[in-house]
Design a protein. Structure first.
Length: 212
């Protein structure tokens, strides 16, 4: 479980984590594990590695998020709140006005997100809605982790959002190929970083997305 060792080898999060924030991340992970006995929030095979597999993996995009031009972040298909809730916890004391909007169509999962947000007094907006049915949305950053393939996320961004600056995605070992294939139908700029929790994965920040 997450303890004082949580940030020892995590330079990407060390500068953001106070004792209080660390405690909240720990309690949040415990809440996930407890609720996971009732509903499927995370794979049971990843419960023992929740620290690295889910919490740290979500937290590593903080450098993309903590910018002066970013004040609203929208998490698509949030599930257990990964990465949306993790980011809300990390940013709460650093930038209180920072808001995370979470879309999760599952009644039980969205209720879990509401409970967690209330428990930790997070600046969030929980929407129990199907993101595909929403129109004219606005945000600074669209984030998605283990929700839909990259082309689908791109379609959502252009069809369902009337305003956004960036898209942040987590890509697996075939990430390079997926990006290359995407250039056949899309024009975009991107910043790429090797995942800090999986050497075969990537984290990418997309900007200036347009369809060819």
């Amino acid at each position: 479980m997450i303890d004082s060792n949580f940030i020892k080898n995590s330079k990407f999060i060390a500068q953001y984590v106070s004792r209080e924030t660390l405690d909240e991340l720990n309690k949040y992970s415990l809440s996930i594990l407890k609720k996971n006995k009732e509903i499927n929030l995370i794979s049971t095979s990843t419960e023992k590695s929740i620290k690295s597999r889910h919490i740290e993996d979500s937290a590593q995009i903080i450098d993309f998020i903590d910018k002066n031009d970013i004040s609203v972040c929208t998490d698509l298909g949030s599930g257990a709140g990964l990465p949306g809730i993790v980011l809300a916890i990390l940013m709460k004391s650093k930038k209180p006005q920072f808001k995370v909007i979470l879309y999760e169509k599952s009644y039980h999962k969205s209720n879990f997100l509401k409970e967690i947000s209330k428990k930790f007094n997070l600046n969030t907006e929980i929407n129990q809605k199907n993101i595909f049915d929403q129109k004219n949305l606005q945000t600074d950053i669209i984030i998605s982790r283990a929700f839909k393939p990259l082309p689908v996320i791109f379609e959502i961004a252009l069809k369902n959002f009337k305003k956004f600056k960036y898209i942040i995605l987590f890509l697996g070992k075939s990430g390079k190929e997926i990006l290359k294939e995407a250039t056949n139908k899309w024009k975009f700029n991107y910043e790429e970083r090797k995942s800090l929790t999986n050497e075969d994965s990537l984290v990418i920040k997309i900007s200036n997305l347009k369809k060819k």
